[in-house]
Design a protein around this ligand. Structure first.
Ligand code: FAD
Length: 307
């Protein structure tokens, strides 16, 4: 059994493990894939004090740092059930493998995943023109033409943000109107280098074998197929928190399925903390996940010394 157990080994889980281990408490990390989303990332240029790194390199560095301490790392373990303990008792996590672990406190850090369009070319050109994070990859498209797929708040925010960096933005929305807040829509429409296409279904990301060079969509009303020439496609159709496994637990989730946490990173169940992209904390970024993970571990330690 552990004093604190992290579920998830991305930036949040790794940071929590380092902070917990440095308090000298029995610490474990169980993760489906140690490294998390970072493993799927190429260039990272906004991790403060590290001007440039690459995903796999950062993932290796996270693991190396955690291994400097006495932390039990259990990789390739997918949590399927959480059984919260009574106040003061241990919590239990059951895994797909049949294993189960007990801990006095938990830090849930199972992250999130971008919703994909699922059209030809999207996976092929991921990181080669297809992007999901405007804060991360926007500057790579300086002066170029990009499309933003999705007219919800995140899509319209991304389009406004990108319009200030890139040459031209085409926003493509499936429905006949955008769902974003009116003030964001108004701002978007006021920008000179933005075109908005409504009622359009993206059918393919085109490329030259190396990089994205266009996008194909169907005008839903007419059924006509059209193409846009561009260098980048930002997919903004939702970030899905990895909380399916918590659906039947007593952990409070928001409408979007994110874990609700307080200022110390504690969930609705005493002794169970959460951090990173899986929580309601806004702006899903590596540096934020690391900070939140550290905070949750300190929260867990504080909780333990009061028991
Ligand atoms: P994650 O990184 O998602 O890690 C979640 C962990 O939980 C993983 O170990 C996963 O395997 C595990 N897990 C999930 N479900 C279970 C389960 N049921 N049981 C056990 N383990 C589970 N951010 C930046 O700051 N800069 C960038 O340049 C940048 N570029 C990005 C590029 C791409 C392509 C993507 C996808 C994201 C990018 N991000 C970037 C966002 C950044 O990667 C995330 O904000 C960050 O990784 C969140 O960390 P996390 O630890 O909360 O979650």
């Amino acid at each position: 059994t552990f004093d604190t157990l992290m579920i998830g080994g991305g930036p949040a889980g790794a940071a929590a493990a380092v902070y917990a281990a440095r308090k000298g408490i029995r610490t474990g990390v169980a993760a489906e894939r140690f490294g998390g989303q970072v493993l799927d990332t190429m260039g990272i240029e906004n991790l403060i004090s590290v001007p440039h790194t690459e995903g796999p390199k950062l993932a290796a560095a996270l693991e190396e740092h955690v291994k400097e301490y006495e932390v039990d790392i259990m990789n390739l373990q997918r949590a399927v059930t959480l059984v919260p303990g009574q106040p003061g008792e241990e919590h239990e996590v059951q895994f797909e493998s049949g294993a189960s672990l007990k801990s006095r406190t938990l830090v849930l850090a199972t992250g999130a995943r971008w919703r994909e369009m699922g059209v030809p070319g999207e996976a092929e050109y991921r990181n080669r023109g297809v992007a999901y994070c405007p804060h991360c990859d926007g500057p790579l498209f300086k002066g170029k033409r990009v499309a933003v797929i999705g007219g919800g708040n995140s899509g319209v925010e991304a389009a406004i943000d990108l319009a200030g960096i890139v040459g031209h933005v085409t926003l493509i929305e499936f429905m006949d109107e955008m769902r974003a807040d009116a003030v964001l829509q108004k701002k978007l429409r006021s920008l000179p280098n933005v075109e908005i296409i409504l009622g359009a279904r993206t059918t393919e990301v085109n490329g030259d074998g190396t990089r994205v060079n266009g996008l194909t969509y169907e005008e839903r009303a007419s059924g006509e197929i059209r193409q846009v020439e561009l260098e980048g496609v930002f997919v903004q159709i939702g970030l899905v928190p990895n909380t399916e496994w918590l659906q039947d637990s007593s952990i409070e989730l928001s409408e979007r399925g994110e874990i609700v946490v307080d200022a110390h990173g504690m969930t609705s169940v005493p002794g169970i903390f959460a951090a990173g992209d899986v929580t309601t904390v806004p702006y899903k970024q590596i540096v934020i996940a690391m900070g939140e993970g550290s905070k949750a571990a300190l929260g867990a330690f504080d909780y333990l010394i009061r028991q």
